[in-house]
Design a binder for this molecule. Structure first.
Ligand SMILES: Cc1cc2nc3c(=O)[nH]c(=O)nc-3n(C[C@H](O)[C@H](O)[C@H](O)COP(=O)(O)OP(=O)(O)OC[C@H]3O[C@@H](n4cnc5c(N)ncnc54)[C@H](O)[C@@H]3O)c2cc1C
Length: 576
C-alpha cells in the first residue's frame, strides 16, 4: 500500500489549549523545529478549550496566594492529587496568563483601574477566575489559532491519530488517518504529544465536544503508558435535556447557581435542602450531581428524567447582563431561562484520571508525552471549576518546553513496514468486511451501560456487570461493518471511536471497582464513606503480554497533609 510519509521533530495530537500551547512553546524555543499538529477537527473550532465559559484560575492579586490556590485544589481533589503536579499548576498558571495576553494577544476582562478582573468560582477561598465575559475559551482559542496560522507549524486538519508506532520500546511516530480523503499517513517524530482531551463522551449524557472519543488515551494505553485515577469522572450538575438531540448534556454554567439560581425536583421541592442545607445550590459539583441523581432515581424527577433549574427570580436585566450566552443557548432549544425553570440533568463532563505524567509532561514511555485532560494526577478526585483550562495551558506549555529539549538529542527512528501494514489492516477491517453489527447501536449500548453502572452512583454489582458487558461489547465492536468508501466515512470513524472508547471505559470501570470507598467524584453506594486507608492512587498498566496490572501508588503528602490522616479511624476494610 502506498502510504504518505511525513517527518517531524515534534508531533502533537490535539489542537486544544494543551496541544497548541505545546506547539507555541516549542516554536518559540526553536523556530527551526519541524512541528506537526494533527487535529481531528478544524483548527480553532474543535475540542473543549473553545467551549470554556467560566474561566481560568490564576493567582494575580497580592491578597491571594499560591498556597491558597494549592490548598483549594487539594481540598477539591479530596487529597488524591499528585501534590507536585498540583503545585506546578498553581505556580505556572499566573505566568501563562501573562503569556496569553502579552505573547498571544488575548484580552481578559478588566477592573476599572486596569487590573485583570477575577470572578468567584466554587471551591475557591479567593476570587481568582480570569475570564472574558462567558466566552473565555473562544478568546484563548482564536488567538492560539492566529499564532499557529502565522507560524510555519504544519497543521493536519480533519486528521486523527490512530496508533502510535514504536521501535525498541520507544514511540517514534504514529499512523494518522486523513478523515477527508480516507487515506493513511505515517508521521515519524522524535517526540510525540498526546493532547486529545479525554473521553467523557462515553456516557449517555455528556458535555464535551463529540469528536473527542478517548483516542489519545487508547493510543497511549496500547503503546504501554501507565494510567492513574481512572475512576475519577466529574459530572456537571446542569446539562440541558433536549430529547435525543446531540445538544443534550450541553451546559448551563456553574455561575448561574453561584448567582442564586434554585434547583427543584419534579414535585417542585428545593431538594438541596435535604442533601446540603448549608450550601444548597452552591454545594460542589459532585454533591449536587449526586443529589439530583438520587431525586431522579427515587421517582421525583421531571417527566424527561431530569430536575429543574430556575433563575427567573434573579430578574431579566440581571440575567441578560451576566449570562447572555446561557439565555441564548436556552432560547435556541426553545427554553426560556429568563422567565421560568429549565429542565437539566447531571452531565458527564471531565476525566480527572488519565496518562501518568511528571511535572515535565513525560510519560513512562520513551518519546511519549501527555498534557491536558488526557493526563491524570493534577486534580485528584475532583477538579475545581477554572482549573481545567489552566491545567491544559500550563502542562501544554511545559510539554512543549520538555519536548524541545528532548529532540535536541533524539533522532528519527526507522519504523518497520510490517508494523505499519498491521496497523492499517487492523483499522481497515470494519470497512472491508462484508457484514457486521451497526456501530451506532453499539455506541448507544456503551453509553447506556456506562451511565447506568459506572456513572454518578456505583456499586460492586453494577461494576461487575459493567466489566462483563464491556468485554462482550468490545468483542462485538471488533465485528462492526462500516459501509461506503473511506473518504469522509462517518460510520467508519465511529467504529474507530468506539474501539477507543471501549478501552478507556474498561479502565474507568476497573479502577472504580477497585476503590472500595467514596471520595470526590467517585461515589460507591456500597462504600459510602471515605476511608483514609484509601489515600492511594490506582495505577493501571499494560503488562506487555496483552493483559494488564493494577497497583496502588502511595501519595507523597510532603507539601500538605490531609486532615483525615490526623484523625484516622481503623478502617472497616483495608485496600489490597
Ligand atoms: C462546556 C464546557 C465548559 C467548560 N468550562 C470550563 C471552564 O470554565 N473552566 C475550566 O477550567 N475548564 C472548563 N472546561 C474544561 C476544559 O474545557 C478542559 O479542561 C480543557 O479545555 C481541555 O483541554 P485539552 O487541550 O486537554 O483538550 P481539548 O481542548 O478538548 O482539545 C482536544 C483536541 O484533541 C483533538 N482530538 C481528539 N481526538 C484526536 C485524534 N485522534 N487525533 C487528533 N486530534 C484529536 C480534538 O479535536 C481537539 O482539538 C469546560 C469543558 C466543557 C465541555
Amino acid at each position: 500500500m502506498n502510504v504518505e510519509q511525513l517527518d517531524a521533530d515534534i508531533l502533537i495530537f490535539g489542537a486544544g489549549g494543551a496541544g497548541l500551547l505545546a506547539a507555541v512553546h516549542a516554536h518559540e524555543a526553536d523556530k527551526r523545529l519541524r512541528i506537526v499538529v494533527a487535529v481531528k477537527g478544524l483548527l480553532g473550532q474543535c475540542g473543549c478549550t473553545r467551549m470554556v465559559q467560566g474561566g481560568y484560575n490564576a493567582v494575580l492579586n497580592p491578597a491571594d496566594s499560591l498556597q491558597k490556590h494549592f490548598e483549594d485544589t487539594l481540598r477539591g481533589g479530596a487529597f488524591l492529587n499528585d501534590q507536585d503536579l498540583a503545585w506546578t499548576l498553581v505556580e505556572d498558571a499566573p505566568k501563562r496568563i501573562i503569556e496569553l495576553e502579552n505573547r498571544l494577544g488575548c484580552m481578559f476582562d478588566r477592573n476599572d483601574e486596569g487590573t485583570i478582573h477575577q470572578k468567584p468560582f466554587a471551591g475557591q477561598s479567593f476570587d481568582r477566575t480570569v475570564h472574558r465575559g462567558d466566552l473565555t475559551g473562544i478568546e484563548i482559542m482564536s488567538n492560539l489559532r492566529d499564532y499557529v496560522l502565522e507560524s510555519d507549524i504544519t497543521v493536519l486538519e480533519d486528521s486523527r491519530g490512530l496508533d502510535l508506532l514504536t521501535s525498541h520500546d520507544r514511540v517514534c511516530g504514529a499512523l494518522v488517518l486523513n478523515i477527508r480523503t480516507g487515506r493513511f499517513m505515517v508521521v515519524r517524530a522524535k517526540a510525540t504529544l498526546i493532547a486529545t482531551g479525554g473521553a467523557a463522551t462515553m456516557y449517555r449524557i455528556s458535555s464535551p465536544s463529540l469528536e473527542k472519543s478517548g483516542d489519545g488515551m487508547a493510543m497511549a494505553w496500547r503503546a504501554g503508558a501507565r494510567f492513574v485515577d481512572m475512576e475519577m469522572v466529574q459530572f456537571h450538575p446542569t446539562g440541558l435535556l433536549v430529547g435525543n438531540s446531540i445538544a443534550t448534556g450541553g451546559l448551563l454554567e456553574e455561575g448561574l447557581r453561584g448567582a442564586g439560581a434554585h434547583l427543584f425536583n419534579g414535585l417542585g421541592e428545593r431538594y438541596m435542602s435535604t442533601y446540603d442545607p448549608a450550601k444548597m445550590e452552591r454545594a460542589t459539583r459532585d454533591v449536587i450531581s449526586r443529589s439530583s441523581y438520587f431525586e431522579i432515581a427515587a421517582g421525583r424527577g421531571t417527566p424527561h428524567g431530569g430536575v429543574l433549574i430556575d433563575a427567573s427570580h434573579l430578574g431579566e436585566d440581571f440575567l441578560l447582563a451576566n449570562f447572555p450566552g446561557m439565555v441564548e443557548r436556552c432560547r435556541t432549544y426553545g427554553f426560556d431561562l429568563l422567565h421560568g425553570p429549565v429542565e437539566v440533568s447531571p452531565s458527564a463532563h471531565y476525566q480527572m484520571g488519565g496518562i501518568e505524567i511528571d511535572v515535565h509532561g513525560r510519560t513512562n514511555v520513551e518519546g511519549l508525552f501527555a498534557a491536558g485532560e488526557d493526563a491524570g494526577g493534577v486534580h485528584g478526585a475532583n477538579r475545581l471549576g477554572g482549573n481545567g483550562v489552566a491545567d491544559s495551558i500550563v502542562y501544554g506549555a511545559r510539554a512543549g518546553d520538555t519536548m524541545t529539549a528532548y529532540v535536541a538529542t533524539a533522532g528519527l527512528q526507522e519504523i518497520s513496514p510490517a508494523q505499519i501494514h498491521e496497523c492499517i489492516e487492523e483499522w481497515s477491517r470494519s470497512l472491508t468486511r462484508d457484514r457486521g453489527e451497526n456501530v451506532f447501536a453499539l455506541r448507544q449500548q456503551l453509553e447506556d451501560l456506562m451511565w447506568r453502572t459506572v456513572g454518578i452512583v456505583r456499586d460492586e454489582a453494577g461494576l461487575q456487570e459493567a466489566l462483563g458487558a464491556l468485554g462482550s461489547l468490545q468483542e462485538r465492536g471488533r465485528g462492526v461493518k462500516a459501509s461506503g468508501d473511506p473518504a469522509f466515512n462517518l460510520e467508519w470513524n465511529e467504529a474507530i471511536n468506539l474501539a477507543n472508547l471501549h478501552v478507556v471505559a474498561e479502565l474507568v470501570a476497573r479502577s472504580a471497582l477497585c476503590r472500595t470507598e467514596s471520595r470526590g467524584a467517585h461515589y460507591r453506594s456500597d462504600w459510602p464513606q471515605s476511608n483514609p486507608e484509601w489515600l492511594k492512587r490506582i495505577c493501571l498498566a499494560a503488562d506487555g503480554h496483552g493483559g494488564s496490572t493494577l497497583s496502588l501508588l502511595p501519595i507523597d503528602f510532603g507539601r500538605l497533609t490531609p486532615p483525615e490522616l490526623a484523625d484516622a479511624q481503623p478502617a472497616a476494610r483495608t485496600p489490597p
